[in-house]
Design a protein around this ligand. Structure first.
Ligand code: HEC
Ligand code: HEC
Length: 395
């Protein structure tokens, strides 16, 4: 039975059986038996001993019971916008994305039409999950381990690892730090590709399967979202060819600059307001066209209602602000130029020469329609995160 929770199965039957196990894993207590590579990955994902101070694990910034984001208060005006590193003072410049449905992200590549697609991080600089998992452990501003040898020594402290690594990766795997490190990244990636990250059991999924009905407002939001004559959302936040189908991840994994304001509070906290610009996709080693500056990967909207703050720099606190933001490109109402969180005009974006033309498709939304879109986005919350929805109490 232990095994079912990591089966990539999508059938309802598997989900029903796996759900109690998923809940158990969400409150992970280190007792999970290591029957599969994904089980080992789950253990590593939660293992604080993989950080220099032994205080931080992947789960610190991507809490499996927190919508896979960082819900710590990282200080003052910064709040939950960016993450505090293992050293207790380094702050990042970007918001930790949710890892929900991350197994669907394609490897970084360029399509025949020239568009960049896929890859991990907001700028796609890690091609696949294995490459990505190798970064935070050694990143001085994150888990801050000094090198692969130091990681290997930490692994060897754990009798469960001494038994499981050779069983899954061959007798010699812990003889060499590079081989051991590669195995760590493979195990974590296997965990991230498991059904634990992609249960497809939100109210929206249940609606598609005919198990629940959406209320009037949610239904209006659903229609608006997929109606490309009215809104532009589905031009970027849709993977499948046909709107409204099962298995939708709500991103096409392409890169766009939508003109998100600089997060001034974060830059001030980092003392980098005048010195740093986030080049986005242009920072990727294989990308050199200035037209890619400031573009980031379109995020999935699954679980978005519980994974704020929003955008690559966490500049918006509320989901409603993130939706309302798009109206500035379509509405002539002077109010659409005001950020409701600051009461002032929307802050300046880092780059404005390459805003996506899709932003001007569709028509302006009125307040009721914005609320309907927000209500629809809330239906994309997986069952085990529904308790985190603001109306259900937690925040
Ligand atoms: C200190 C907080 C922190 C820790 C610890 C951390 N991450 Fe992250 N993670 C982030 C941030 C911030 C980003 C976005 C960074 C960027 O885009 O440059 C990110 C991005 C990611 C992404 C990319 C998601 C996507 O859709 O592109 C994955 C996958 C990921 N982290 C997995 C992990 C794993 C696995 C670990 C442990 C080995 C880990 N993270 C540890 C903060 C953290
Ligand atoms: C041109 C492509 C494009 C269009 C059109 C678009 N989005 Fe986005 N969306 C993005 C990108 C790219 C981001 C991340 C931007 C950033 O962080 O700089 C994003 C971010 C978001 C976020 C924040 C997600 C998070 O986890 O931080 C929400 C919510 C969102 N979009 C909803 C919508 C809705 C609703 C619509 C339609 C009204 C829409 N988007 C239209 C590309 C698009």
């Amino acid at each position: 039975m232990q095994f079912t929770k990591y089966i990539r199965g999508r059938s309802l039957l598997v989900l029903i059986f796996a759900l109690p196990l998923m809940l158990a894993a969400a409150d992970y207590d280190g007792e999970l038996s290591l029957e599969t590579v994904a089980d080992l990955g789950a253990r590593l994902f939660h293992d604080r001993n993989l950080s220099n101070s032994r205080k931080q694990s992947c789960a610190t910034c991507h809490g499996p019971d927190q919508g896979f984001v960082d819900r710590r208060d990282n200080g003052g005006a910064v709040g939950q916008a960016v993450s505090l590193g293992d050293d207790g003072h380094s702050l990042g410049d970007r918001n930790a994305p949710s890892l929900s449905y991350v197994g669907f992200v394609p490897a970084f590549h360029r399509r025949d039409d020239g568009a960049y697609v896929g890859g991990l991080f907001w700028d796609g600089r890690a091609s696949v999950l294995e490459d990505q998992a190798a970064k935070p452990i050694l990143d001085p501003a994150e888990m801050a381990m000094s090198g692969m040898q130091a990681v290997l020594e930490r692994l060897k402290e754990n009798p469960d690892y001494l038994e499981a690594f050779p069983r899954f990766f061959g007798d010699d795997v812990l003889d060499d730090s590079e081989t051991a490190y590669a195995a760590v990244t493979q195990a974590i990636a296997a965990f991230e590709r498991s059904s634990f990250f992609e249960p497809f059991d939100s109210r929206y999924d249940r609606f598609l399967r005919g198990e629940v009905t959406l209320n009037g407002q949610e239904e209006e939001g659903r229609r608006l979202f997929f109606d490309s004559a009215r809104t532009n959302c589905s031009l970027c936040h849709m993977l499948r060819d046909a709107p409204g189908g099962q298995g939708e991840t709500f991103t096409d994994y392409r890169y766009h600059n939508v003109g998100v304001p600089v997060n001034v509070a974060v830059r001030k906290a980092n003392d980098s307001l005048d010195t740093h610009a986030d080049l986005g996709l242009l920072a990727h080693a294989d990308v050199s066209e200035p037209s890619e500056a400031g573009k980031v990967k379109v995020p999935s909207l699954r679980n978005v209602a519980v994974t704020g703050p929003y955008m690559h720099n966490g500049v918006f606190r509320d989901l409603r602000t993130a939706v309302l933001f798009y109206n500035r490109y379509l509405s002539t109402d002077p109010q659409s130029g005001i950020d409701p969180e600051t009461g002032k005009p929307w802050g300046e974006a880092e780059f404005t020469h390459n805003l996506s033309p899709e932003l001007e498709a569709g028509t302006a939304l009125d307040d009721r329609e914005v609320d309907a879109l927000v209500a629809f986005l809330k239906t994309l919350t997986d069952s085990r995160f529904e308790q985190l929805l603001p109306e259900n109490g937690e925040r």
